[in-house]
Design a protein around this ligand. Structure first.
Ligand SMILES: Nc1ncnc2c1ncn2[C@@H]1O[C@H](COP(=O)(O)OP(=O)(O)OP(=O)(O)O)[C@@H](O)[C@H]1O
Ligand SMILES: [Mg+2]
Length: 387
């Protein structure tokens, strides 16, 4: 659908207005409004948001230049392009028109083709400009929102870290008391151990959050992704509903990469939790066979422009048969704050953070999904050869 444009025609001579309006009204997407004085023009501008003003210069009391100056001094109206209407003998004043902010001029008596062409050009330019401004505003709003969330999240993470410091000490004490008990038939030692593991993971994630503000991967070491995947799935398995079939296929050789271990762990965890949500949602709708596969392979050549050529990569896939992702959402899932889980407390940061982590590791993440059938996330990390 074509956009509608509001055009104001200002002239103290009604005849000129009539001619102008007659020439322009063939365009069904122009909504034409007229004013017969400078004062009236300023009133009209308050009532309607115009996309263009055709403004006569010679008018009693408030002439065209004065009106233009007032419009250009006002935040609300300064963007509206003004085309001056000049009589033949006023052509000298054209420069004055540009000085006060006019975009163009048209000489009277009007030539239909010229009037239409100039009006069209300025409307298009204005429209394009407005679109660009709207986009820029959106980007600005987004980055302000991101900054605010970063600030709040930073505070929360900081406080969590402080509160968490008491937990390991308390757990140590509990461990001691339980160990000293004669009756070791209960499983309290095991529970304490699991809690310790979970707490150290939370604490690690908070450290990770702080390091996310940096643009590099931080401390890196030679990491075997086979081990990372096995560790994660040990913890992760406990969270899975019993009837989800989870399988893991490791690489037959050490799956080595130079990485920040905590960061790559977080990526896998994000992907597995997302897969779990997607599968569980489908199971809530009646599906009985929920499956998630974690697969680690080595590829000699990925053939993607985001990654280097002639270099081996670790390819890690998380494959689920959950609800899948709508084609329209596929473009947005890596955007920060994009979530379809608002009602379940989703922050929409998991994939954005994962993508950032992979970028800092000179890797990449891709998605393949069919709505209703399932999703595969594939990540690539440079393979580290032991020389
Ligand atoms: N395996 C998947 N299957 C279906 N949809 C998915 C899958 N993974 C991600 N998505 C979609 O992508 C969106 C963004 O995922 P992301 O992990 O960034 O945020 P989230 O899971 O909504 O919240 P959180 O920040 O808590 O992870 C999800 O809300 C979901 O719509
Ligand atoms: Mg997530």
């Amino acid at each position: 659908m074509k956009p509608m444009f509001n055009i104001l025609v200002v002239d103290d001579d009604l005849k000129n207005i009539q001619v102008g309006i007659n020439f322009l009204k063939q365009n069904t997407n122009y909504h034409l409004v007229f004013a017969t004085s400078g004062e009236q023009a300023l009133e009209r501008v308050k009532e309607t948001s115009f996309d263009l003003i055709l403004l006569d210069i010679m008018m009693p009391v408030l002439d065209g230049f004065e009106v233009c100056k007032i419009l250009k001094a006002d935040e609300q109206t300064k963007q509206i392009p003004v085309i001056f209407l000049t009589a033949k003998h006023e052509e000298d004043s054209v420069m004055e028109g540009f000085k006060v902010g006019g975009a163009d001029y048209i000489t009277k008596p009007f030539n239909a083709a010229e009037l239409n062409a100039r009006v069209k050009t300025h409307l298009e330019l204005h429209y394009f400009y407005q679109q660009e401004i709207a986009k820029l505003k959106e980007v600005l709003m987004y980055s302000q929102k991101a900054e605010t969330i970063k600030f709040i999240a930073g505070g929360v993470a900081h406080d969590c870290k402080n509160f968490l410091t008491v937990v390991p000490y308390n757990l140590e004490m509990l461990e001691k008391i339980s160990g000293e008990k004669q009756d070791s038939s209960d499983n309290s030692l095991e529970l304490i151990h699991d809690t310790k593991v979970a707490i150290s993971r939370v604490s690690g994630l908070i450290d990770h959050f702080f390091s996310l503000n940096k643009d590099d991967k931080g401390d890196s070491e030679l990491v075997d992704m086979n081990e990372v995947a096995a560790d994660i799935s040990k913890v992760y398995k406990d969270w899975l509903r019993h009837n989800i079939d989870f399988s893991i296929e490791l690489l037959s050789q050490p799956a080595l990469t130079m990485a920040n271990k905590l960061h790559v762990e977080q990526v896998l965890l994000n992907l597995l939790i997302n897969a779990q949500h997607a599968v569980m949602e489908k199971m809530d709708n009646g599906q009985t066979d929920g499956t998630i596969r974690l697969l680690i392979e080595r590829v000699e050549q990925v053939g993607n422009e985001e990654l280097r050529q002639n270099m081996p990569y670790l390819q890690i896939s998380v494959i689920d048969n959950g609800i899948g992702i709508r084609e329209k959402s596929l473009e947005q899932i890596f955007d920060a704050f994009f979530t379809t889980k608002e009602d379940r407390g989703g922050s929409g940061l998991g994939l954005a953070v994962s993508k950032h982590i992979l970028k800092t590791h000179e890797g990449a993440i891709f998605v393949d999904s069919i709505e209703g059938k399932g999703t595969t996330f594939t990540i690539y990390l440079p393979f580290a050869e032991l020389s």
